[in-house]
Design a protein around this ligand. Sequence first.
Ligand SMILES: [Zn+2]
Length: 267
Amino acid sequence: MHNQNKISFLSSLVSSGNMPHAMLFSGTDRKAKMGISLGFAKFMLGGTEMHEGDFEEFFETGCECGVCMSVDKGIHPDLTVLPDYPVSIGSVRDLKKKFAMSPFASYMKVCVVEFAETLRKESANAFLKLLEEPKGNALLILIAPSRSSILPTIFSRVSEIRFFSSINMSDLIPEDELERCNQEIEVLERGEIQEKFAVARRYDLKNKNELASLLDVWLMRLRDKFYKDDSANAAALAKRIFKIKSITGWSNASPQLLLEKLVLDSE
Ligand SMILES: [Zn+2]
């Protein structure tokens, strides 16, 4: 199992007693990120009272104690999962209120933010307060496609654990190139139009391979969004990306112009 080392790492973090209060689970393997974060939430909420042994063993064998069952049913009072896309300022405010109180059933509180990359402006500012002034026993797990997809102010306050899909992107694409792709995709999705065009200008017939990596990483990231309600937009974008991929594969059409068209079509 390729995420085994993440599980062992989390396991050793708990035993070391040096658990960070905020973690970023980054990477393209959304299923693994969610599965392991909920498993970890269960393990921590149950504590040593319910869960003997380490997290690695716990995750492998599974558990059906009352705590774990209530997490599965989505009714554990000390676990908050923020599934909204984008994260709204309202949910962050509710979360802050919850985190200001002491735990109800467990000895700690846990929050999983499913789309931490959507924390922007007001929601990010409110969330930063939580990160800066952790109250009592609290654990925040942020899930995002990459470190560059979340705001630097947030990233600087979390410990990152990286996940990759079974098609391991880091095997296919060197780490620094993966990081570059992620940064450019952020701009292409969310930047100002001038910034988007500046990215497009970087591509010509000489660096077709780099463009191919960019498009592959982009498609991989979009897969995450198919799980959410903006899946129609994600699917439309994915179709356009596939089209560029195939056109650049067989023709000498200008990659810059194709990217510019994609940007304009998505405005
Ligand atoms: Zn349990």
